[in-house]
Every structure is written in structure tokens, then in C-alpha cells.
Design a protein around this ligand. Structure first.
Ligand SMILES: [Fe+2]
Ligand SMILES: [Fe+2]
Length: 335
């Protein structure tokens, strides 16, 4: 009997818990058909997982009606103090990725947005001010969907930067993390042809792209658990201190501190992520590039925390028009 593919969702092979009883069934796609691989109650041993990876089986199919069981089993591992950090980090990211997938595809944005708080609380507990730890977490698994991956990364970086700049207030850190997670939500409403366009955007397309902060703000309007500050991060993450940003052209104190943090996190992730047209910059180099960006883009106090860790001898700058939402980031050598 052929199984209906619409009943399944995909997870990365490495995100299946190994060596413990699975509370859900696993399926593989073989020659176009979905086949039962492990039943609920079975154990997936490490060597079996390695076999799958060796045979380039990167994705496992799970039943949609077992998604909560899957997410709960990841959560158990994340909460277990005996779990190694690498594993906790990987599963936090996997859970976050699943949320983002839902945020961008599920019609009911508000329920998914509400559920995100729990996840961000786990992230806050895991992330230290050590930016390299955050960077490591981000590199633990790579996904093909840029916007999803990017949203999780910006959330992690926002938490790390917020911790350094504003201290250890958990409520504030969760707000920063949720703002990062949701910051590009408005891209749901932008035509995929624009989002995925490989070349330069024409002026009309660019105008539409610039509406995504406003679209995101509107989408969250009626979600009671999403605070006004989180909505403002979504709305203001492309504003610049000198008023050259969008959508409103706000300046300095008109922009929420947490939005300024999200803006730094946003550019940092755009630079350190590999895209089809560019290699990823190492974190240190990305920070150097940002240090050489025209004054007025970032809040200097937010950026100072990062800058103190930099070697200032650099000859790379970013094009003045750089925007993390442009399909291409242009680099140029300083003369
Ligand atoms: Fe954006
Ligand atoms: Fe972004």
C-alpha cells in the first residue's frame, strides 16, 4: 500500500535521537515510495544513523500527527543536564528550525508565534556571551532554506549580543530572541519570485521587499503573547541610526535598543552564511567588515562590544548600499 506523502514532514537525519526508545515512527523514501523504517518503541543505534548518512540519506520522514511527540523528545534531551552541549545545541536548533518552518508556512501564525516563547527560553539558557559559542551553535547543522536558517541565527546572535550589552535580564533576552526569530516574518507576504531572485532587484521589486518589516508587524498585531517590543524589533530591524533605513527612516533614540541589536545580528549573519553566490566569511572577518561600514548604520554602543574583539587592520569594506535583504551582498576592497 502506498503511503500518502502529504501525511509526512521531513526532519534532518542527524536530528533523530539515537540510543533511546523512539516515541514516534520513522520512514524513509526509497525509489519514490515512503517505507516504514523504525516503529515507535524501537531504538536507532549510532552505527545505523552513521550508515544512513554514509548512504546520503539526509532526511527522514515523520508523520505529521506525531510532530508533537518528536518535538517533545528533542525538548527532553535539551532539558537533560547530562546531555552533551553539542547535542543540546543541535536539537535546540532543530526545534527552532521546525518552528520557523511553521511560522512561514502555517496559516495560523499566532499559535506558532505563541509557542515560540518556550523555545526561545531554552535558547536563552544555552547561549552565553561568548559569541564564538553562538557561532558554533549556528554551524551545527546547515539547512537549505536560507530565510529559516537566518531567522534562527539572528535569534541566537541577538540573545548573545543583548547579554553583553544589556546584561542578564531573562525577560529582555527572551524578547531579543523572539524578535530575532520573527524579524523577517513579513517575507511570508513578499512574492517568492522576489525573495529567491538570483540577480539584482529592480526598483519596484526592491520597494516591495522593503515592505517586509511592516508586513511582519501587521501579522503579529493580534498575537497577545507577542509584546509590543517584539513587534517593534520586527518593524525596526532595517532602520539605521542616521535615518537612512526603512520603512520609516527613524533615527537614533526613535529606534528601540533591541531593534538596533537585531540589526547588527542581521548583518552579521548575512555575512557569515554561505549563499549560492558567495562563500561564508569567518566570524572574525565579518566583524571586521562591519567595523568598516559607514558610520551611522549601527548603534556604536551595540557594535563596540563586538569591535573590542577585533583586529583593526583590515582592508575590506562593504558597499554603502549593503542590505541583508538584498539577494547579493557586494564587497569591495578599500583603496
Ligand atoms: Fe529583514
Ligand atoms: Fe534578516
Amino acid at each position: 500500500m502506498k503511503l500518502d506523502q502529504n501525511r509526512f514532514f521531513l526532519v534532518r537525519t542527524q536530528s533523530i535521537p539515537i540510543g533511546r526508545r523512539l516515541p514516534f515512527d520513522l520512514f524513509l523514501k526509497i525509489s519514490g515510495d515512503i517505507i516504514l523504517f523504525k516503529r515507535s518503541g524501537d531504538i536507532l543505534p549510532q552505527r545505523r544513523l552513521e550508515d544512513l548518512i554514509k548512504h546520503s540519506i539526509k532526511e527522514i520522514y515523520l508523520l505529521k500527527n506525531q510532530k508533537t511527540l518528536y518535538l517533545n523528545s528533542l525538548k527532553e534531551i535539551v532539558k537533560d543536564p547530562d546531555s552533551p552541549d553539542e547535542l543540546r545545541g543541535r536539537f535546540i536548533k532543530e526545534t527552532a528550525f521546525n518552528h520557523i518552518e511553521d511560522l512561514f508556512s502555517n496559516k495560523d501564525v499566532s499559535t506558532v508565534a505563541e509557542e515560540s516563547t518556550d523555545l526561545v527560553e531554552d535558547m536563552v539558557e544555552f547561549i552565553s556571551t561568548d559569541l564564538s559559542a553562538a557561532t558554533t551553535l549556528m554551524k551545527l547543522s546547515t539547512h537549505d532554506y536560507y530565510t529559516y536558517n537566518h531567522s534562527v541565527n539572528v535569534s541566537v546572535y541577538s540573545i548573545a549580543i543583548c547579554k553583553s550589552v544589556l546584561g542578564d535580564d531573562k525577560k529582555l533576552l527572551v524578547t531579543a530572541g523572539l524578535g530575532g526569530l520573527l524579524h523577517d516574518l513579513g517575507k511570508r507576504k513578499v512574492d517568492l519570485k522576489i525573495i529567491n531572485k538570483p540577480g539584482k532587484l529592480d526598483s519596484q521589486e526592491w520597494e516591495e521587499m522593503k515592505r517586509h518589516p511592516g508586513y511582519g508587524y501587521d501579522l503579529l498585531q493580534d498575537v497577545p503573547t507577542i509584546s509590543e517590543d517584539i513587534k517593534r524589533i520586527v518593524h525596526e530591524h532595517h532602520e539605521h541610526m542616521d535615518g537612512t533605513g526603512y520603512p520609516k527612516g527613524l533615527t537614533e533614540t526613535q529606534i528601540l535598543k533591541l531593534s538596533r541589536i537585531a540589526s547588527v545580528a542581521d548583518v552579521f549573519d548575512a555575512l557569515t552564511t554561505k549563499r549560492s553566490y558567495k562563500e561564508a566569511c569567518p566570524a572574525k572577518e565579518a566583524l571586521e567588515i562591519m567595523a568598516n561600514m559607514p558610520l551611522g548604520k549601527f548603534d556604536p554602543n551595540v557594535f563596540k562590544m563586538l569591535e573590542t574583539k577585533l583586529d583593526k587592520k583590515t582592508d575590506i569594506t562593504l558597499d554603502k548600499s549593503v542590505d541583508p535583504c538584498l539577494p547579493h551582498l557586494h564587497f569591495k576592497k578599500a583603496s
